[in-house]
Design a protein around this ligand. Structure first.
Ligand code: PEP
Ligand code: MN
Length: 339
């Protein structure tokens, strides 16, 4: 971290800041010139918030050099993290992971029909919401624990793994019982209380990017989970809020490249919530793989017009099969296999 003092700063201003930093265990390296007083703060500066130093009189500028996240950073672990879900599925390695299923679990028949079709097309992870975060309290809220039980039952019948979104900390025990991957929804990305609790879980966590979160904020949320001791975090880009209204969100495809540079964690893309339109899913999925994503999470419904949530962005099974065939071809080109 570099600190530049104002021209008008007094020696006392400088000395009191240096004392504060030294008392905290940092080394201070002065590199002042005749015209400007400037110094480097050396040590583990992740614990300092640059803004806080402006509380000291005479501070002109504070610049962070190190990233504020440590365990999530590429420098902490230069090798890609590979997360093993079961004997068949590894996320972050040589497989292109496809998670697919309905937005919401609606009934056994609905879930089984969709799960059978996505499994037959090559997806090994079943997605489905049981606790739905809806903008309106009058919209379908999900089947709750009953939905989780259906996910587990259908996944076991088809030899699939399950991913589902946790609504709150009090549900952690139940989620650990029924799902293989715990999803943190975009709206909960900065629910730090929840993130801390997930840090103690032995289940992999799928951490969605918040609606208006920067990449740094997203990685800081991952840091909460890693810092709690859970090393299995999968990031999920699901589009961010912009001024554009044609699509539901704007898919920030470059975040894959940013994450690959900054972090060792795997990243998948959710084109369904990004675009909000089923017509765009295939091309966005191919683009996701081309840019280096480790996988995809895609909404599928056999009767999208009757879906209780997100029908407009759900692919019909035959469209999903077509997409999977494209993904298989593309994966081969990339030297990967569909997992
Ligand atoms: C979902 O995956 O069903 C969902 C609600 O996604 P997001 O949190 O990205 O909006
Ligand atoms: Mn949805």
């Amino acid at each position: 971290m570099i600190v530049k003092m104002q021209k008008s700063a007094t020696l006392e201003n400088y000395e009191s800041l240096v004392k504060f930093l030294k008392d905290k265990g940092f080394e201070v390296k002065d590199v002042s010139s005749e015209n400007v007083r400037i110094f480097g703060v050396i040590g583990d500066t992740a614990s300092i918030e640059p803004r806080d130093l402006y509380a000291f009189e005479g501070v002109s500028e504070v610049i962070r050099i190190q990233t504020p996240f440590k365990k999530a950073s590429r420098s902490f672990n230069p090798n890609d993290t590979i997360i093993k879900i079961n004997d068949k599925i590894e996320i972050g390695g040589n497989q292109t992971i496809v998670m697919a299923g309905p937005c919401s679990v609606e009934s056994y028949e609905q879930l089984k029909t969709i799960a059978e079709s996505v499994k037959a097309s090559g997806a090994n992870i079943l997605r489905g919401g049981a606790f739905k975060p809806r903008t309106s309290p009058y919209s379908f809220q999900g089947l709750g624990i009953e939905g989780l039980k259906l996910l587990r039952q259908v996944a076991d019948e088809l030899d699939m793994a399950v991913v589902s979104e946790i609504p709150s900390v009090d549900m952690l025990d139940v989620f650990e019982q029924y799902v293989d991957i715990i999803q943190v929804g975009a709206r909960n990305m900065q629910n730090f209380h929840l993130l801390k609790a997930l840090g103690t879980s032995n289940k992999p966590i799928l951490l969605k990017r918040g609606l208006s979160s920067t990449i740094e904020e997203w990685l800081m949320s991952a840091e909460y989970i890693l810092n709690g001791g859970n090393e299995n975090v999968i990031l999920c880009e699901r589009g961010i809020r912009t001024f554009e209204t044609f699509t539901r969100n704007t898919l920030d495809i470059s975040s894959v490249l940013a994450i690959k540079e900054l972090s060792h964690l795997p990243i998948i893309i959710d084109p369904s919530h990004a675009a909000g339109r089923w017509q765009m899913i295939e091309k966005l999925s191919l683009a996701s793989l081309a840019v280096g994503a480790d996988g995809l999470i895609i909404e599928v419904h056999h009767k999208p017009e009757e879906a209780l949530s997100d029908g407009a962005q759900s692919l019909k099974p035959e469209k999903f099969t077509h997409l999977m065939n494209e993904l298989i071809t593309m994966s081969k080109v990339l030297g990967k296999v569909i997992g």
